[in-house]
Design a protein around this ligand. Structure first.
Ligand code: MG
Length: 387
């Protein structure tokens, strides 16, 4: 009898210890879906807080703010309900705080002024991580761009464009009337390209990495990284741009492999991606009008080799009521193979939801820092002719 009592006490103690261990787990741990308010109204962010050997570690995903997969720093537990942390985005350090309302919801601020509300969502990191950064523009309200939609609802996976092996091409030097936007020198980068801080709209000289006549995307947001855009604005144009996806390990797949993009007038993305033996949704392949129009062929060169885009773009005109009078059209040729043949652009590039019609005038060419963890792609020999 005594033995049985001892055994029962031991079992009870085990149960009690387990409960205690569970109770001592930080209430901040988990994946949270954050909805920003204020000027970022409707922007969705993903926040993941994990226990890393007794220390809290965190990651933020913010595709619509031009970045994803940002590691949190300076995580401080202020109280049982409040956590503070900071992260770098668009070259600035942003401090944030979150306060638990209950076990499943929270409230907080970004940069001390942008309010957000949050709730637990175990899928949010996967949903947003496979995403696409938007432009530097202030995000649209979510109730306009994708109410009730998930990112996968605007992906199409078939039919697969045929694979075409491109022929040899000599490097095309700029014609006499072209504006050279990048000739391999640091001077041509800083003369022609800038980074725009999304929050403050502060403009700084582009700070991508110049090496061997190419510029490589700088993903280090704390050190001048981010998207870059031309100082000059353009209407209709012919653009020549060469790009190279570096060789990288097979762990990087789908949209997390050589992702960048050329934004026409800072509105419409012609996708850049490693489409060489890399399966993804067809309206997200290299040369797609992102989430709109799949390319007619897959003319991708291997990682480590240079690809050429020649893009012919016809800018839209608008009616007084904000609808298109003349829609934007684009032709995209990759390595001498037509991918888009005078394709009608339906509207803005949206990661979630469908294209929107937004009135705009001339705009810059923007090159995307996708912000995912795969090795950065490079660009060279960029020139443009106004039409
Ligand atoms: Mg992209």
């Amino acid at each position: 009898m005594k033995k049985i009592i001892v055994l029962m006490v031991c079992m009870l103690m085990t149960v009690f210890t387990t409960m205690q261990a569970q109770n001592s787990k930080s209430p901040f741990i988990g994946d949270w879906e954050l909805k920003a308010g204020g000027p970022l109204d409707g922007t969705t962010l993903g926040l993941s807080i994990k226990d890393d050997g007794g220390k809290l570690k965190g990651m933020l995903v913010a595709p619509s703010l031009g970045s994803s997969q940002i590691e949190l720093s300076n995580i401080q537990v202020v109280s049982a309900k409040e956590l503070k942390y900071s992260f770098g985005i668009q070259g600035i350090d942003v401090e944030a705080s979150m306060v638990l309302k209950d076990n499943n919801s929270l409230t907080g601020t970004l940069a001390g002024q942008y309010p957000f509300e949050g709730k637990r969502n175990n899928n949010i990191m996967a949903q947003l991580s496979h995403g696409q950064s938007a432009t530097n523009a202030v995000p649209e309200r979510s109730d306009k761009i994708g109410a009730g939609m998930t990112p996968t609802m605007s992906e199409y996976w078939s039919p697969k464009p045929k694979v075409v092996t491109p022929g040899n091409q000599a490097t095309a030097s700029a014609p006499s009337d072209a504006i050279v936007l990048f000739d391999g020198t640091e001077k041509s980068m800083t003369d022609n390209w800038v980074t725009v801080n999304m929050r403050t709209q502060e403009v700084a000289p582009a700070k991508w990495i110049i090496k061997d006549g190419a510029m490589t995307v700088n993903k280090d947001m704390r050190n001048g990284g981010g998207n870059i855009q031309t100082k000059e604005s353009f209407g209709s144009f012919q653009l020549h741009i060469e790009w190279c996806v570096p060789e990288m390990s097979a762990e990087f797949t789908s949209q997390i492999r050589g992702n960048s993009g050329v934004y026409l007038q800072n509105m419409y993305e012609v996708q850049i991606l490693d489409s060489y033996n890399n399966d993804t949704y067809v309206n997200g392949m290299a040369g797609s009008i992102y989430k709109q129009s799949a390319p007619l062929a897959n003319a991708m060169r291997k990682p480590g080799e240079w690809n050429v885009f020649d893009i012919i773009y016809n800018a839209p005109e608008f009616n007084a009521d904000g609808t298109y009078k003349v829609r934007p059209y684009v032709t995209v040729i990759q390595n001498g193979v037509v991918l888009q043949n005078h394709t009608e652009i339906l509207g803005t590039t949206e990661y979630i939801g469908f294209p929107q019609v937004k009135v705009h005038g001339d705009g810059p060419i923007l090159l995307q820092n996708h912000g995912d963890p795969s090795p950065s792609i490079s660009f060279r020999n960029i020139w443009i002719r106004k039409m």
